[in-house]
Design a protein around this ligand. Sequence first.
Ligand code: ADP
Ligand code: 5GP
Length: 194
Amino acid sequence: MAGPSPLVLCGPSGVGKSTLLKKMLEKYAKHFGFSVSHTTRKPREGEENGKAYHFVTKEAMEAAISQGEFIEHAVFAGNMYGTSKAAVETVRNKGLICILDIDLQGVMSIKKTDLNPKYIFIKPPSITELETRLKARGTETEVSLQRRLEAAKTDLEYAEKPGYFDLVITNDDLNAAYDSLEKYITEVYKLTQS
Ligand code: ADP
Ligand code: 5GP
């Protein structure tokens, strides 16, 4: 695919990916666009359809997948998630660098495509802190909380594999984590202005 490399953000649910991305997109809106994924999970309070996700039924999602509309898709914590070709094209057609917030299965699938993104992993200071953040966010049931913590353990093993991600950032202090992210994107994408 032509154009600048997309940017993939991966990391356990609750680590702070959306928080970091929001900060980054506010400042660098001229450069980056968010790939809006599809999901079968229910919207959280404040999540707008078409902005956070395209919220769809399992049937609609399965039909779209069988029509070949997705670059990658996965089941995470009991719900389906996927990046449609249209989601990435919409961003690229605007001349923007495409940002994908996807899980580890998504990363594994994208690595087999010609998308050639940069891969950043966001790591929690500890699993205990991750659990605290997920609970404080107030979005999970006990079951979905446990599923997310379970997935986090596998994610963290991959984060340790040398070269699997281009950059691993620990989101302990939010401002320090954001500074590392900003330093990386300004260098890689040669951004001189916001
Ligand atoms: P993700 O998008 O990775 O699932 P969120 O961005 O929703 O995670 O963050 C999960 C929760 O943790 C949110 O309530 C957010 O405000 C909080 N959070 C994010 N970064 C930090 C941080 N560095 N320290 C403490 N809490 C944080
Ligand atoms: P959440 O339900 O907390 O919004 O997201 C749960 C997980 O799904 C997160 O790790 C997020 O990165 C991942 N995710 C979101 N969209 C996609 C997608 O399109 N594909 C894949 N594989 N994972 C996604």
